[in-house]
Design a protein around this ligand. Structure first.
Ligand SMILES: *Cc1c(COP(=O)(O)O)cnc(C)c1O
Length: 366
């Protein structure tokens, strides 16, 4: 079986975890500070604030945008549900702008059209590890005086024009088990604004700056040293792992390029993709359905996944929600019907990639 994702931690992670256990300091402490410091360097920002997961990273980032009831956050309809849940948790109204098919991210033109008098924050999602079109989105936010929160959960180390994803506005990252870098559960918020970083640090710790002195109504969003210990060694090898993912993606593309009915993902000019997922579209012109492809892959021991089967608001719990405005998003709806992610992770051997190509070609009848 070739799984869609694999978690394998090295000896250094074991050693650091043992160090934490022996220190008796299991909650937030020096390991978290070290993880933050090295994470900020990798993203290329001044500040990184660790939190307990990617969803709370998004919530906290939105909370320092000073949203009031009725304020709108515009995001992508083609994302993990956490993006939407974070907007609702922060008390804002969610609105959506359709995506582009070439990068699976929000379309800047649709985003511009969705901006209205209540819009307060733009929240692009850097899906599958490819950053959204920030060259168009940043000027749009500036022109309208809007906040910018990047859902960079899948895009650690990605960039646009040499600038790191998560460094354009407030960046929110996830360190969940299936992400490119993991602490099991975990999250990080990045910013170049020292004032915002300070507010985020206070917010994650019950709104407390000094013991029993509360500045704001806060929360417990803290990460633990035990978790941070698992992440620190992965920062050292992260560049090599991304290079490995990039190589796997190139091999998959070379091996599948001539298959009729499959549309393959590509790194767009000026952007650097970290290949969290390698996602193809099974087109209407393909000789088989997506379900048939999945059945054949599963039968042959090649893992795959559908990220995501529906637009994020297309569930009963959001349909009647007073703070979810679901304008039609035809591109996202079609992509949700056609998308299929294949293994691309850095633990794949070259032989695994060859096998994935062979099985996919057979499954699609090429
Ligand atoms: C994983 C993910 C999140 C949420 O992260 P958690 O750590 O699971 O809370 C948010 N947005 C996107 C796009 C994600 O992939």
């Amino acid at each position: 079986m070739i799984p869609i994702s694999v978690v394998r931690l090295d000896e250094q992670a074991e050693q650091l975890a043992v160090e934490v256990i022996r220190s008796g300091r299991l909650a937030q402490g020096p390991m978290v500070a070290r993880l933050e410091h090295e994470f900020a360097a990798l993203v290329g920002v001044e500040h990184a604030v660790a939190v307990n997961n990617g969803t709370t990273a998004l919530v906290a980032a939105l909370q320092v945008c000073d949203l009031r009831p009725g304020d709108e956050v515009v995001t992508s309809p083609f994302t993990f549900v956490a993006t939407l849940n974070a907007i609702l948790e922060a008390g804002a109204t969610a609105r959506f702008a359709d995506i582009r098919e070439d990068d699976f991210c929000v379309d800047p033109q649709a985003l511009a059209a969705a901006v209205g008098p209540r819009t307060k924050v733009l929240m692009p999602v850097h899906l599958y590890g490819q950053p959204a079109d920030m060259d168009a989105i940043v000027p749009l936010a500036q022109r309208h005086g809007l906040g910018l929160v990047e859902d960079a959960a899948q895009a650690l180390g990605a960039g646009v024009g040499g600038r790191g994803a998560g460094g354009f506005g407030l960046g929110a990252f996830s360190l969940y088990a299936t992400k490119n870098l993991t602490t099991g559960e975990g999250g990080m918020i990045t910013t170049n604004d020292a004032g915002l970083a300070d507010r985020l640090r206070v917010l994650r710790n019950q709104g407390m700056r000094q013991r029993y002195e509360y500045e704001v109504a806060g929360h417990n969003y803290r990460l633990t040293d035990l978790q941070a210990a698992l992440g620190i060694p992965q920062l050292t090898t992260y560049g090599d792992n991304v290079a490995r993912r990039r190589g796997n993606a190139a091999r998959l593309t070379a091996g599948l390029a001539d298959v009729a009915g499959l549309r393959l993902p590509a790194e767009l000019p000026g952007r650097s993709h970290v290949w969290h997922q390698y996602t193809v579209l099974v087109g209407e012109d393909a000789p088989v359905t997506r379900d048939e492809v999945i059945a054949r892959l599963t039968e042959q021991g090649v893992g795959c996944g559908i990220y995501y089967p529906r637009t994020v608001y297309d569930y009963d719990c959001y349909r009647e929600h007073p703070r979810v405005v679901a304008d039609p998003a035809p591109v996202a709806e079609r992509v949700a019907r056609q998308c299929l992610s294949l293994p691309v992770h850095h633990h794949l051997a070259d032989g695994d990639v060859d096998r994935i190509i062979e099985v996919v070609r057979k499954a699609v009848g090429a």
